[in-house]
Design a protein around this ligand. Structure first.
Ligand code: IVH
Length: 695
């Protein structure tokens, strides 16, 4: 879409704009600044290949924003600043599609495709047909209408004829241009169809965020995208980092009736859309002749399915020639010129047989559905977390229900929905227990939270989970202890609490199957070695709610021994790097509990190191600067990058806050980047910028 010369020119101009202030910028240059911003948005959101850092982009964006603020009469409706959420949408108005949104016929194997090809050949009288093949994007379908080069509306599929007008939310999707030069191609009005997606990485981040808040994760990126499009507050939509793929033109009104629009194939239409700034599947698309070649390409593509940054559920095969598409026409349901090929389902139906309740190390009680074992996406699933009481109600789950489950990509299996139509009356309501399934103490649900908790910290189930966590690899790393052994030792009465690990009579294991002299010696050595683990591992191993490895490291750096945390006030805790209100509260609670202090004293008596290592004051050019990495780095592994920072005296934080100095963004950076953009003191760097900084 841009030539090398144009790109060079834009880069030069970007640099010169970086020196401007809103006061000295020339009004005549404003459109040029807008074009520069549009160019960089396109590089970032469509091509996935930014040419400037986010930091520099922000300077340019703010320059335009300030200029427009003082010159409101100069604002254009397609200015990059006009994507900003315009507040709440009351209800989505219903809007007719210009052309009904038909769906596609599905195919599942080679025979289906050959059959379809045979019919198309018969109808057209051709010996061989040219097809284009592209991914079947698994998101929420939409149609966009541009008139006189401007985006005038975005509409959901709805019932195919009428959908919800979600234009304001579509404005939040940066890969969708607010204007495009259709008029240059003799197009006055155009309706384009596409799919809105949330990429796998952003989906994962979004789900992590939900779970941190104690909310259940979403089953798949499709639901996340569809749900996001229907949010009434477009400023929230903007935070979801949605992406739009446009793959079909359903209607064109020409500017000059006597001239043609010079596009004759689907592939060149995708090319045109791409050149006009849309993220069409131009790069993913393949054009081949004959159905055998189609089948070959589909097989090749399926191999890459898991490597793509977004979910696809199959491929779409289209007759490439647009006249031939017209000739083939459509049935009452589907176009005859296209067919969807569905990949192996990652969904399956099963039956909810029973619900068990698991008590975690912090006392959270999680209901787990035991289901009739079923294969999904290559694994057998027999139990699925159903998160909390509200989730059970929301999904209307009952014991005995038919259920639809999904295992999308590397997301843990989820129940998509129950199948109430299959009920025969024998289904039983799920009643959340009032008492802890392990210790029978009354459960408690704090106001505003969704999770029921057992607050008896001596509850056997919690103790068991805490010991499992304590010995685990990222915590005290007591090799050959492991979850199975902890369970066994607890059952045998050898382990009742964490200090018991260091006091267990290992010789009594001799009579147990699987414990020879050698494994007892190994276990003993591992237990002994763990006494010298660095302090941050001990802090993490305690399993304090919200204290992950990074926070544990940050804490360990600030104290000389673990009992200093006991002496700190809530306010002092909050002043530490990486510690917000919630985390501080949790640490404070932990150290206020006498039993916990007694346990720590006991560990100290047993020889476990509770002091921080004597640190040589690391001074480097990153001294006292704080860093956080997000997204996928291409040159360095994240762990390597973090070590480099620490070697130069810098610190790694686990979240975005005003305590953060630098956010380094790799590919597909998501919510952290959005959050950081709102805190002016944070410098947002690309991996390249970061490497330069190290130099
Ligand atoms: S073409 C008139 N191309 O899959 C046909 N559809 O069941 C226009 N979809 O409703 C659709 N990726 O929402 C087309 N590359 C692609 C697609 C695609 C996903 C969706 C679309 C459609 C459904 C078909």
């Amino acid at each position: 879409m841009y030539s090398k010369e144009q790109i060079k020119e834009i880069q030069d101009k970007s640099e010169s704009f970086l020196k401007y202030t809103p006061e000295n910028i020339d009004t005549n240059n404003i459109e040029s600044l807008r074009n520069i911003l549009r160019f960089h948005e396109h590089r970032y959101y469509v091509e996935n290949d930014p040419l400037i850092s986010d930091f520099e982009y922000d300077i340019l964006y703010k320059l335009l924003e300030k200029f427009e603020k003082s010159n409101p009469d100069k604002i254009t409706k397609d200015s990059p600043t006009q994507r900003v959420g315009a507040g709440l949408i009351k209800d989505f108005p219903k809007t007719n599609h210009l052309v009904p949104m038909l769906s596609l016929e599905n195919s599942y194997d080679d025979a289906d495709l050959m059959d379809w090809d045979r019919k198309a050949k018969e109808l057209s009288g051709l010996q061989e047909i040219e097809y284009s093949i592209e991914p079947k994007f698994d998101g929420a379908s939409i149609s966009l209408v541009y008139e006189n080069d401007f985006l005038v509306r975005g509409v959901t599929r709805g019932d195919g004829e009428v959908g919800d007008n979600i234009t304001q939310n579509i404005h939040q999707i940066k890969s969708i241009p607010l204007s495009a030069e259709f008029s240059k191609h003799n197009i006055q009005q155009i309706e384009i169809r596409g799919e809105i997606l949330i990429n796998k990485n952003n989906f994962k981040i979004y789900n992590e965020h939900l779970m941190e808040e104690g909310l259940p994760p979403l089953a798949n990126p499709r639901n996340a995208a569809a749900g996001s499009l229907r949010i009434k507050d477009s400023t929230i939509v903007s935070k979801r980092n949605l992406e739009g793929f446009l793959y079909h033109v359903s209607y064109i009104l020409k500017t000059d009736e006597n001239k043609s629009v010079d596009v004759h194939t689907h592939s060149s239409m995708l090319e045109l859309l791409w050149n006009l700034g849309f993220r069409s599947p131009k790069k993913e698309m393949k054009v081949v002749r004959g159905i055998e070649a189609v089948i070959h390409e589909i097989n090749e593509f399926e191999k890459q399915r898991d490597d793509l940054s977004y979910e696809i559920d199959g491929m779409v095969i289209k007759v490439n020639n647009l006249d031939l598409q017209d000739n083939l026409g459509m049935t009452s349901h589907h176009p005859r010129w296209a067919i969807a090929f569905k990949f192996k389902a990652r969904q399956a139906t099963s039956k909810l047989m029973a619900v068990e309740y698991q008590v975690g190390r912090t006392g959270a009680v999680t209901p787990v559905a035991k289901i009739k074992p079923v294969q999904v996406g290559g694994v057998t699933v027999s139990s699925i977390s159903i998160h909390n009481e509200d989730y059970i109600k929301e999904k209307d789950l009952r014991i005995g229900d038919g259920i639809l489950i999904e295992r999308s990509g590397d997301v843990i299996p989820q129940i998509v929905k129950s199948l109430p139509d299959l009920r025969d009356g024998s289904e039983v309501e799920i009643v959340f227990p009032k008492n802890c399934p392990a210790c029978n103490d009354l459960l408690y649900k704090p106001e505003g939270e969704a999770v029921w908790r057992c607050v008896n910290i001596n509850c056997a189930a919690q103790v068991l989970e805490r010991i499992i966590h304590f010995v685990s690899k990222d915590a005290m790393d007591i090799k050959s202890f492991g979850e199975a052994n902890v369970r066994k030792f607890v059952e045998m009465g050898l382990l009742k609490n964490i200090p018991d690990i260091y006091e267990m009579d290992l010789s009594s294991l001799k009579n147990i199957e699987g414990f020879g002299q050698k494994s007892i010696v190994n276990l003993q050595e591992a237990i002994e070695q763990s006494k010298q683990q660095p302090l941050h591992r001990l802090i993490y191993a305690l399993g304090i709610r919200y204290v992950g490895e990074t926070t544990a490291k940050a804490l360990a750096q600030k104290i000389k021994n673990i009992f200093e945390l006991e002496a700190m006030s809530l306010e002092q805790l909050q002043l530490l790097d990486d510690v917000g209100v919630k985390v501080a509260g949790s640490i404070f609670e932990f150290f206020k509990n006498e039993d916990n202090i007694l346990m720590l004293k006991k560990l100290q008596d047993l020889g476990i190191k509770i002091e921080a290592e004597v640190r040589e004051q690391v001074t480097g050019n990153l001294s006292d600067q704080t860093f956080l990495f997000t997204g996928t780095l291409s040159k360095l592994k994240r762990s390597e990058a973090e070590i480099q920072v620490e070697n130069l005296g810098g610190k790694i934080l686990s979240g975005v806050s005003s305590k953060l100095n630098y956010l380094i963004c790799g590919e597909d950076a998501g919510s952290k980047l959005e959050k950081a953009k709102k805190i002016p003191s944070i410098k947002i760097l690309t991996e390249e910028d970061f490497l330069n900084l190290l130099k």
